[in-house]
Design a protein around this ligand. Sequence first.
Ligand SMILES: Cc1cc2nc3c(=O)[nH]c(=O)nc-3n(C[C@H](O)[C@H](O)[C@H](O)COP(=O)(O)OP(=O)(O)OC[C@H]3O[C@@H](n4cnc5c(N)ncnc54)[C@H](O)[C@@H]3O)c2cc1C
Length: 454
Amino acid sequence: MTNWHALSQQFPADRFSLTEADRQLHAQDQSSHAAHLPDAVVWPVTTAEVSAILRWASDQRVPVVGWGAGSSLEGNPIPVQGGLVVDFGRMNGMTAVYDQDFQVVVQPGILYKDMNKSLAQYGLFFAPDPGANASIGGMIANNAAGSRTVKYGATRDNVLALEVVLASGEIIRTGSRSVKQSAGYDLTHLFTGSEGTLGLITEATLKLAPLPQHFSAVVAAFPSTKHAAEAVFGIMGSGLGPAALELLDETSIGVLCSDGDFDFAIAPNLFMEFHGASEASLGEELLLVEEICRDCGAIRYQTGLGVESRNKLWEARHRLFEVFIRRFPGHAWLLTDVAVPISQYPVLVAYTSEQIERLGLACGIIGHAGDGNMHTAAFFPREDTTGWQRGQELNDLVVAKAIALGGTCTGEHGVGIGKQKYMVQEHGEAAVQLMRQIKATFDPLNILNPGKVV
Ligand SMILES: Cc1cc2nc3c(=O)[nH]c(=O)nc-3n(C[C@H](O)[C@H](O)[C@H](O)COP(=O)(O)OP(=O)(O)OC[C@H]3O[C@@H](n4cnc5c(N)ncnc54)[C@H](O)[C@@H]3O)c2cc1C
């Protein structure tokens, strides 16, 4: 019998809960994977408290699942074996800003949009930007990425050091504030992307970037997704460095336009942003972008969008998933998240379009195209079991194609529940076995987010 009383005694009443309502709020992320209730929820405010929680959980053999904003898309924080959810929402401070080094030290529960608002006064920002207002702990645990990854990298490329509490309750520090590090095994980046299965992150030192001074947004429409994907390869292959390069197919643009006052051509579109050291260098870059888009058959090309239009463009892009859900009320959805080398992007997109048509799915293709990342969003009535099967078939086919093209089954959403079945396909049995051994070394009692990743 779990001794919840011993744990609850260590927290004030408003920071430990066994109530149905709090458990429901921590049973499901933003995916369609089945919800599962935890037995209890706790809100620590210090690393010492997290350490005490894990010592208690090891002693009691209770599963422990970290929780940031619950915005995952693969079931990553769903407590599939019940146990305790550790919600980091109240460990949300900014501990130090080293503006001259372009670095910040934060607690894991801080939301990245809030953090960036505070950092604007230093002229700095944290570049990885998943559409949802995710927590930094959740972004590190999932190795989240976003539309700016094409220029600034994913979360992994922007984490320098961590403080982590291990399953035993021991507190360790990894990495340093030096941007060059070569001292032994890279534990910082082992924890990054480990989805809370190896330890709980209690502090992170992040790399920041200066806010761009000169920028321009561009929107280009194409006669087909194939043409748009070829333009993506043309832009990236010519050595241009977009700060964002997003593909939205005709279905996605149609859904977006049905929800707001947008003037997009109802056709596959590329949303882009370019940053320059000066207006002149930016202008030169934009001329080349236009030439490539026109060569790839662009039917409409808009550039030089001002700050307001640029903000509206990115807000629309970030709201797309939410708009899809509104467009298909009461439907279930299945998202794909694969990535391939950029030269293979047109092949992947053409193949995916064919399969969507063959399977007769209501499905959009959306992607952080500049880094070879592609999503499909398939929607079907919950009672339509063939819809779910067709969605799964699409997922299996697109993952197999991405892996065959030299890519991966997940570019950014992580393994969670949905991608576990592809791990051996992608990495091979021996490599997955090594991952299982790593997991067992860090977490011999298998209490940290059990049932995930491997
Ligand atoms: C509309 C929408 C758009 C999205 N767009 C993108 C996108 O463009 N790119 C992208 O990458 N993702 C995207 N996502 C998915 C999601 O936002 C990211 O995966 C994000 O990193 C999740 O962060 P979170 O704070 O919500 O974490 P949660 O979902 O709460 O948790 C994520 C994982 O981290 C673990 N965890 C949480 N905190 C800690 C901690 N302190 N220590 C250890 N483990 C911890 C959890 O156990 C879980 O395994 C999107 C989601 C939505 C809803």
